[in-house]
Design a protein around this ligand. Structure first.
Ligand code: FCB
Length: 457
C-alpha cells in the first residue's frame, strides 16, 4: 500500500482553469439556467413575524458560528427582493431556486403567520412578472425552535408537521411553482448536524443522527404523498452528493461506508425503498422501531431529482475506531475559500451514476454548484476569474454527463448573493453578486457578467 492518494480518477491540478463558460447554445434546447438562494441565508429573519429557528439559538451559543453571527438581517432580501429579482432577470437566467422558511410561515411550527405567506406570494408573483421560473425548496434548514424543543428531527412528529407545512405553503403558491423540492440536503440536516455537530442543533451523537436521518427521509416521503394527494406535481428532493475516493489502494471498505452515509442512505431510500447495508451496519441499532414500515412512504415516486455538488471526499479506514471508522484527507487539487478541492469530474461521475443506478430517465437538475472566494470590491468592481473558471468546468462536466446519457435538465449556481454561510457566518463569499454587509450594497462580480454573456450566446 502506498501513502499517496489514489490518483487514477484525479485530473492534473488546474485542468479546470481558464476554460470559457460554455454558451447556452451548446446545451440541449430548454436547458434551464438559474441561481439559487435559501431563506435564512438572505431574507433577514427579524422581519415579518418570523419565529425563532434552531439556527438562531445555535448561532447565539459561543463556539458554533464565526463571530456568533446570525441571519437576523442577512442580505435584507425581505425588503430588497424586487431589486434582487431584477438582478436575476438581468443576468439572463431562466429560473430562480428559493426556499420558504418554516419559522416564518409557522413561527411556532404549527400556526400560520399570514404575513409570512404574503411575502412568498409577492415574491413568486415578482418572479413571474420578470419571466423567471420559480423552483421552490420547502425546507432549507430553518426549523422552528418550538419543534426543536421537542427534539426536532429526532422526533418522528417533526416529519408529520413537515407535511402540514408543505401543504400550507403549496396551497398559497403551488399554482405558480415549476418544481418543488421537499428537503434541501438531508445529509446536512441529519449527519452533519447530529453526528458531526457542525450545524444546528450541533449534536454529536450516533443515535440522534440515525433517528434524524430516518425522520428527514420520512418527512420527504410524507410531504410528497400529501402534496400528490392534493393534486400537486413536479415533486422532488435535493441531495448533496460527494464523489468519495480512496486515500490509498485497499480502502474499498472505507469508501463503501462513507459513500453509504453521504450518498447511498438518501438516494437509495428514495429511489428503491432500502437503506444500504454499509450504512445499516452502524445505524440499524439506533433507528426508530419498525423503521421498515416507513420505507414505502419514503420511496413514494418523485418526479425529479436535485443534486447539489461542491467537491469530492478522500477517505481511509481508521482501524479499531468505532463505526464508521473512517477519516477524511486533504487532497492535492486547487481549493476554494472553503478549502474544498475543485473537482468537476465528480459532478459528471455523480450525475451519470444517479441516472444509471437510481433514477433512470427522471429529470435531474444541478440545484447547487458554486465556490467561495475572498472577493473584494476594487474601484466599484469585483474580479473573480477563479469563479468563472469554476463555473465553466462544472458546466462542462454537466454537459459531459448529458452526452453520456444522463437526463440533466438544468443548472443553478450557488449562490446569487454573498450571504450567511451558516457556521461560517458572513465570512465565505459564494455569490455571483458581492454584498457589502455594512451597507448591503450589491455589486455584480465579473463572473455574473461572464455568465450573462454565455447565457445570451
Ligand atoms: C450547501 C447548502 C447551501 C450553502 C452551500 C455552500 O450545503 O445547501 O445552503 O451553504 O452548501
Amino acid at each position: 500500500m502506498s501513502d499517496a492518494i489514489c490518483i487514477d480518477r484525479s485530473p492534473e491540478p488546474g485542468t479546470a482553469r481558464n476554460v470559457p463558460i460554455p454558451p447556452r447554445s451548446s446545451f440541449p434546447e430548454g436547458f434551464v439556467f438559474g441561481a439559487a438562494t435559501a431563506a435564512y441565508q438572505i431574507e433577514g429573519h427579524k422581519f415579518g413575524g418570523a419565529g425563532s429557528s434552531h439556527w438562531d439559538s445555535f448561532a447565539a451559543t459561543p463556539g458554533n458560528v464565526v463571530r456568533r453571527e446570525d441571519g437576523s438581517l442577512a442580505c435584507d432580501h425581505y425588503h430588497r427582493w424586487e431589486s434582487d429579482l431584477d438582478l436575476i432577470r438581468d443576468g439572463g437566467f431562466d429560473a430562480y431556486r428559493f426556499s420558504t422558511s418554516w419559522a416564518r410561515v409557522m413561527p411556532d411550527g404549527r400556526t400560520v403567520n399570514p404575513e409570512g405567506l404574503d411575502f412568498y406570494d409577492r415574491l413568486v408573483d415578482g418572479m413571474i412578472d420578470r419571466g423567471l421560473r420559480p423552483f421552490l425548496t420547502l425546507y432549507h434548514w430553518d426549523l422552528p425552535s418550538a419543534l426543536a424543543d421537542h427534539g426536532g428531527w429526532m422526533n418522528r412528529d417533526t416529519a408529520l408537521r413537515f407535511a402540514d407545512f408543505a401543504e400550507v405553503v403549496m396551497a398559497r403558491i403551488g399554482d405558480r411553482i415549476e418544481r418543488t423540492a421537499t428537503i434541501n440536503e438531508p445529509w446536512c440536516v441529519s449527519w452533519l448536524s447530529h453526528y458531526l455537530g457542525e450545524q444546528a442543533p450541533g449534536l454529536r451523537d450516533i443515535r440522534a443522527a440515525a433517528r434524524a436521518m430516518h425522520h428527514v427521509q420520512l418527512a420527504h416521503g410524507l410531504g410528497v404523498e400529501r402534496l400528490r394527494g392534493l393534486g400537486h406535481d413536479n415533486l422532488g428532493i435535493v441531495l448533496n452528493l460527494a464523489d468519495i475516493l480512496p486515500f490509498r489502494e485497499g480502502e474499498e471498505k472505507a469508501v463503501a461506508t462513507a459513500d453509504a452515509i453521504n450518498n447511498g442512505f438518501f438516494i437509495e431510500s428514495v429511489a428503491k425503498g432500502t437503506y444500504p447495508q454499509a450504512a445499516l451496519e452502524g445505524l440499524e441499532p439506533h433507528l426508530p422501531a419498525n423503521w421498515q414500515d416507513d420505507m414505502a412512504t419514503i420511496s413514494t415516486p418523485i418526479d425529479w431529482l436535485g443534486v447539489n455538488y461542491y467537491s469530492r471526499g478522500i477517505v481511509s479506514a481508521v482501524p479499531g475506531a468505532p463505526w464508521p471508522a473512517t477519516k477524511g484527507h486533504e487532497g492535492p487539487l486547487p481549493k476554494t475559500q472553503m478549502g474544498w478541492e475543485i473537482y468537476p469530474e465528480g459532478l459528471s461521475n455523480l450525475l451519470t451514476r444517479m441516472a444509471r443506478d437510481y433514477v433512470g430517465d427522471l429529470p435531474i437538475y444541478v440545484t447547487e454548484n458554486g465556490m467561495a472566494w475572498a472577493d473584494e470590491v476594487t474601484d466599484g468592481a469585483v474580479t473573480d476569474a477563479e469563479r468563472t473558471s469554476y463555473i465553466a468546468g462544472h458546466l462542462e462536466a454537466a454537459r459531459g454527463a448529458i452526452k453520456g446519457g444522463a437526463n440533466v435538465k438544468g443548472f443553478f449556481y450557488w449562490s446569487l448573493l454573498d450571504n450567511y454561510e451558516w457556521a461560517w457566518g458572513y465570512e465565505k463569499r459564494f455569490g455571483l453578486i458581492h454584498v457589502d454587509f455594512e451597507t448591503l450594497e450589491r455589486t455584480p462580480k465579473s463572473s455574473y457578467y461572464a455568465l450573462q454573456a454565455a447565457l445570451s450566446g
